[in-house]
Design a protein around this ligand. Structure first.
Ligand code: FAD
Length: 502
């Protein structure tokens, strides 16, 4: 007799989605979360009346989340109140020019006509074809099992026009956008999105060049903060009997004869299950939770070939006045070459850049209740990516200096007299992030996502090396992201249901 059908380690989006869908299928399912909060990177914490998001600050491509609810026979809108954001973002160039991109495509076309007249025709072609491709591919690919070529093949036969996306997958982001555009502001506006998957434009897959378009399908901020998304998924699952335990740190998996049998918690207690799901970083899953001694040599080698995703420092700001911003997201960016250079000359050499990509998120524009009346909050990815182990420095010692640098940027871009209105300033370094979520090296997206680590080249949802072991979340295909982690959770639940012969 086992304690549960399914035990899931980690109450991130992937873990909770798999958990809720397994519970819906009648499986006795338990999710174990080490933190006192659910949601992992997509969560919200409270401090002195301010509600700050841990990481994720927006959701786009909500279709996979809708699909997860539909599979439970439920409606997303009954569980999560998604507030549309328009404009979708503003971006500030190195010269200090600010361009604002509205949700409406026709209005965006006009912005582009003025910003980059020489690229207008290309933009029209790129956006019309790209929008069609995105929607087609989304329906076909997102919640499909792409773990092996044999799984992918029938999909390609069913959705035969998918071959049109292959060139995007195979080229890098920089090549895709440079083929279409030449104006430097235009290029900047469609390139920084590669960092949304944690890679510079020359390393990210060209498919992420389509993110600049996907945002026009709608971007949303959930009322009550990003935690509302995992909470909604959890509540739906709890109606089918899903159990979720917080403050439950798992120390390792029980593995016998290359099969997962359950988990051992940090307090020494054991929970047995027919299927064990890891919502953790893929390397932690195999190298710590399973343990190298249980891995065949090929698996050990394969796991070690993956790199962790990039870390990025966050600044959480409380203000007693409204910031001078005009969009939910304001991105302070540079040219494509600058973004590649930050990676090559700073990040890979362990140097903290004095200037990199910053994304200022203004959640109280969408939901004023996230701060005391009249106050505002900003959650801010500041100068990313930054190395986990900076040469000659320790994040704990340079926190104040880093906060001061951020404050100067805040004065420059969001509020000239910021210091007179500052009521809270929390600096979260890669070390803090690692301590909060146990993400190794403070990596924000599980494993690194470059062209070579998508689809069947990413870690599988059903482990090949260890029987009864499954993975869900950012370390599996399609990698980091709110909708993609939910989609991964759906794929994993399907695999478990089929393996347990439901
Ligand atoms: C700074 C930042 C900004 C982002 N911005 C966006 C955005 O705007 N839009 C977007 O779509 N995506 C964004 N993302 C990505 C997105 O939030 C994540 O990819 C996604 O939420 C990851 O979900 P997951 O299922 O992989 O689980 P995770 O969020 O990684 O959760 C894993 C959970 O496992 C728990 N855990 C770890 N170890 C143990 C253990 N031993 N025992 C028990 N529990 C354990 C952790 O506490 C955590 O709760 C952002 C991420 C970050 C970090």
């Amino acid at each position: 007799m086992v304690d549960y059908d399914v035990v899931i380690v980690g109450a991130g989006l992937g873990g909770l989605t798999t958990g809720s869908l397994c519970a819906m299928k009648g499986l006795k399912t338990l999710v174990l979360e080490q933190s006192d909060l659910i949601g992992g990177c997509c969560s919200t914490f409270e401090q002195d009346g301010y509600y700050f998001d841990v990481g994720a600050s927006i959701v786009e491509l909500v279709r996979p989340i809708e699909m997860a609810f539909e599979r439970m026979g439920k409606n997303l809108n009954d569980y999560i109140d998604l507030i549309p954001c328009d404009p979708i973002y503003s971006f500030i160039t190195p010269e200090g020019e600010r361009f604002t991109i509205p949700l409406d495509m026709e209005e965006t076309n006009e912005v582009i006509r003025k910003m980059a007249p020489e690229d207008y025709e290309s933009w029209m072609k790129f956006s019309q074809f790209g929008m069609w491709l995105l929607q087609y591919a989304l329906e076909a690919l997102v919640t499909s099992d792409l773990n092996t070529f044999t799984k992918a093949l029938p999909l390609i036969l069913k959705y035969h026009k998918l071959y049109k996306i292959i060139p995007y997958f195979l080229k890098n982001h920089e090549t895709v956008v440079k083929k279409a555009f030449s104006n430097r502001n235009m290029l900047a506006s469609v390139s920084f999105q590669s960092f949304f998957v944690g890679a510079p434009p020359y390393l990210a897959s060209g498919v992420f060049g389509l993110i600049a378009l996907s945002e026009h399908l709608g971007i949303f901020y959930p009322r009550s903060g990003m935690i509302a998304i995992p909470r909604g998924i959890m509540l739906a699952g709890q109606e089918f009997g899903l159990e979720v335990r917080t403050n439950a740190l798992v120390d390792r998996f029980i593995v016998e004869n290359r099969a997962a049998k359950g988990v051992v918690l940090a307090d020494g207690s054991e929970i047995t299950a027919r299927a064990v799901v890891s919502n953790l970083n893929g390397k932690v899953t195999y190298l710590k939770m399973v343990g190298p001694e249980h891995l065949p040599a090929w698996a050990f080698k394969a796991v070690n070939s993956y790199q962790n995703s990039v870390p990025c420092p966050m600044i959480y700001v409380g203000l007693d006045t409204k910031p001078h911003l005009n969009a939910h997201h304001t991105i302070i960016t540079g040219t494509v070459e600058f973004m590649n250079e930050v990676w090559e000359k700073y990040y890979t050499k362990g140097i903290i850049p004095t200037k990199a990509l910053s994304l200022i998120c203004w959640p109280t524009e969408a939901d004023p209740d996230l701060a005391p009346k009249g106050h505002h909050i900003l959650s801010w990815i500041y100068n990313a990516p930054a190395p986990y182990s900076p040469v000659g420095a320790n994040w704990d010692n340079i926190k104040d200096r880093y906060g001061e640098m951020a404050l100067r940027e805040l004065e420059k871009y969001a509020l000239p007299d910021a210091r007179d209105h500052l009521t809270k300033l929390i600096v979260s370094t890669p070390l803090d992030f690692e301590r909060r979520l146990l993400h190794p090296e403070g990596g924000i997206y599980g494993l690194f996502t470059d062209i070579t680590s998508l689809a069947m080249f990413r870690m599988r949802n059903r482990s090949k090396a260890i029987e009864n072991l499954y993975l869900s979340g950012a370390s599996t295909h399609f990698g980091g992201g709110v909708p993609t982690s939910v989609a991964s959770g759906v794929v994993t639940a399907d695999l478990i249901a089929s393996d347990l012969k439901l």
